[in-house]
Design a protein around this ligand. Sequence first.
Ligand code: SF4
Length: 264
Amino acid sequence: MSDVFQQALAQALPLLKEVQKGIKSPPKASQTALKRLRKAATARPAASVQPLPPPPATEWTWELLEKAIRGCVKCPNLVASRTQVVFGVGNRSAELMFIGEAPGAEEDEQGEPFVGKSGQLITKIIEAMGFTRDDIFIANVMKCRPDMPGEESGNRKPKGEEMATCLPWLREQVRLVKPRAIVALGATAAEGLLGETRLIRDIRGTWLEFEGIPVMVTYHPAYLLRNQTITEKRKVWEDMLLVLKKLGREITPKQERFFTVAAQ
Ligand code: SF4
């Protein structure tokens, strides 16, 4: 109760009691006290209430983050349709992260990003770079499979707003992994990560940035599976050579020649 309200109440109460008993007709003084009482009672409390302090910044640990992501219900339609959340796999202190757009049907089923034919191709690329799949942290911008209402199979491209809703989770994963470089696979993953729609051919081979970390955008393995020409394979490989250089890795002459006419 505010001080103003208490003072007004203390003044008005004895007078009110006497008026009620019929001992006194309402004196002028009580009118003022009553006015003050009414005013104090109806006054907005905002003046006496301190604004809430901002919530404390969460110090994410892997344990807390995994629990939060696996329990995330921000997108009710995706929660209803997903088999499970696809958190991400691999080395949680990796110097390199590979990031795709969203789980497809197989990923949703197995709970792991990049499985199936695209996953096998990514594994081959990673191994050609001199890593194992376990050396890298692999994740998607979106952790739940985009739903397919009325469809029994197939995958759809995630919408920009869906990726934007999920992006904070990836941001926290990147902050925990602290990679020295990120490879974004495909235009949709690049859009989700960087927030702008650009053609791969315009941005591949150049360094962009996410959270201060260098990002190399390259073609999605599904594109390479559809376009198995040496020219397209070489483009992706040249992007990977740039990544290896960024990481300070020694590149062998054999690696330099991959997917060139000379190597055939
Ligand atoms: S897509 Fe991302 S934000 Fe949406 S429910 Fe799944 S984990 Fe949560």
